[in-house]
Design a binder for this molecule. Structure first.
Ligand code: NDP
Ligand code: 2IT
Length: 453
């Protein structure tokens, strides 16, 4: 990663000073851009057309940001007010595409980092999708189904003006799953009086795609298997630590178990559970039902099962494992956590969540030379199957689970190949560099072709 070329380092520092000045206080956005610019700067300096057209400067400025008020009434008839955003980051290779996140921590910086990452991720899939992201500081935890419904309906009253199957197609992310997508879609139908695939992750009987629910977790494990295979190894028999217990974590665990790995941890925002003998499919189904349907806490697992221990307020990275799959949220692996994983001889880290590894953590993984699959490559399976859902909607037909899953496997394999093509160095693979350059090229060439826009 560290190129140790003073001219390049100066350019990166100069670029970041300008970006920080223009986007004051947006620390997550700064972090996401810094990682990309570190990879791209040597390449851009060598390729004059990109430099002269100031592609990096243009790529780091969103096309537009929508900010709006969402008013709704809670069950006790209090008027509640939240803020919502849609960051339409870049549509030069396709309609804006990216999830909606509902979490109290949501702010412009987080959505700009997610939207920026999405631009590269979507390009890597090879499908015609631009990048965007949205969401709200609404906290679904502790809200009744009716309150969530009223909030979603109110949000869609404004959002429906800005989305469309050829304009911008949102989907789920943290706090936005099948329940929220269904209500948002139902409200769009009422407002627009037209059926169109304007959201993905829809229910199977109203335009959703088979395997979309599983796609991010499955895709992450497929990518991990690709990295291990390339290194002459495989996931079978490996011990795996997973963080999170939401959509991505559950299906990463399911696919890991199916491929013969031993999944020894899962977590939520209160702590992690340790299952030294490994999860089986029945226990995993119990956890899915606990988190997704009963909206409970993972701590309950230790009360109910003797072989499960709960570690309050801790993250799972101290458990010695062969493979780590962070699938909860950003910056959940610090430099210290990463060093612990490396000291415990972790073989591969593959990111199901977006930017789960902080700057020091990323450096620790790259310096140690372990197999490190960054989010924009490793978790692209979710948006890839969203893209396949859009295709099925446009064709007005549905593909079988086998058809979608095999397309997903091919896409993850192709992303891995792209990373090899652009990231091979010193006898190894720098997947961060490979993903950043591989994602960049298609967008940069489109922007060059369009002129100064
Ligand atoms: P869910 O809402 O289904 O699950 C989120 C999980 O992460 C929960 O276990 C939650 O715990 C935990 N979590 C959330 N915030 C924090 C926090 N601040 N600290 C610790 N734990 C936290 O979301 P998803 O599974 O959909 O998303 C997980 C990650 O994957 C995110 O980074 C998302 O951006 C990314 N991603 C999602 C895709 C998708 O298709 N859904 C596609 C690609 C990436 P608790 O229950 O306590 O809140
Ligand atoms: O981060 C992501 O890629 C997602 N939340 C999925 C986006 C999508 O449009 O399916």
């Amino acid at each position: 990663m560290a190129h140790r070329n003073p001219a390049v380092e100066d350019e990166v520092a100069r670029f970041m000073r300008g970006l920080i000045r223009r986007n004051e206080g947006e620390t997550q956005f700064h972090q996401a851009v810094h990682e990309v610019v570190e990879s791209l700067m040597p390449f851009v300096l060598e390729h004059r057309p990109y430099r002269e057209a100031r592609i990096l400067e243009r790529l780091t400025e969103p096309d537009r940001v929508l900010i709006f008020r969402v008013c709704w009434e809670d069950d006790a008839h209090n008027v509640r007010i939240n803020r919502a955003w849609r960051v339409q980051f870049n549509n030069c290779i396709g309609p804006y595409k990216g999830g909606l996140r509902f979490h109290p921590s949501v702010n412009l910086s987080i959505l700009k980092f997610l939207g920026f990452e999405q631009v590269f991720k979507n390009s890597l899939t090879g499908l015609p999708m631009g990048g965007g992201k949205g969401g709200s500081n609404f906290n679904p935890k502790g809200k009744s189904d009716r309150e969530v419904e009223r909030f979603c309906q109110s949000l869609m009253i404004e959002l429906h003006r800005h989305i469309g199957e050829d304009t911008d197609v949102p989907a789920g992310d943290i706090g936005v799953g099948a329940r929220e997508i269904s209500v948002l879609f139902g409200q769009y139908l009422r407002l627009a009086n037209r059926y169109a695939g304007i959201l993905t992750g829809k229910g199977l009987n109203f335009g959703g795609s088979l395997v979309r629910t599983e796609a991010t977790g499955y895709g992450c494990v497929y990518f991990c298997e690709n990295m291990l295979n390339h290194a002459g190894d495989g996931i079978e028999g490996k011990s795996v630590a997973i963080s999170g217990s939401g959509n991505v974590a559950i299906y990463a665990a399911q696919k890991s178990i199916t491929l013969g790995a031993r999944v020894v941890t899962l977590s939520d925002s209160s702590g992690f559970i340790h299952i030294p003998g490994g999860l089986d499919h029945d226990l995993l189904e119990f956890i899915r039902e606990l988190k997704e349907e009963r909206r409970g806490r993972i701590a309950e697992m230790a009360d109910r099962f003797d072989h499960v221990s709960f570690h309050k307020g801790q993250r799972p990275w101290g458990v010695p494992v062969d493979v780590a799959l962070p699938c909860a949220t950003e910056n959940e692996i610090s430099g210290e956590d990463a060093q612990t994983l490396v000291n415990n001889s972790v073989r591969a880290v593959c990111e199901g969540a977006n930017m789960p590894t902080d700057w020091d953590g990323m450096r620790a993984f790259l310096d140690a030379g372990i197999l490190y699959g960054p989010a924009k490559a490793a978790n692209a399976g979710g948006v890839a199957v969203s893209g396949l859902e859009q295709s099925q909607n446009a064709l007005r037909l549905s593909w079988s689970a086998h058809e979608v899953d095999s397309r997903l496997q091919t896409i993850m394999h192709d992303i891995h190949e792209t990373c090899l093509r652009h990231g091979s160095e010193n006898g190894g693979v720098n997947y961060v560099k490979g993903a950043n350059i591989g994602g960049f090229l298609k967008i940069a060439d489109a922007m060059l072709a369009y002129g100064i826009v």
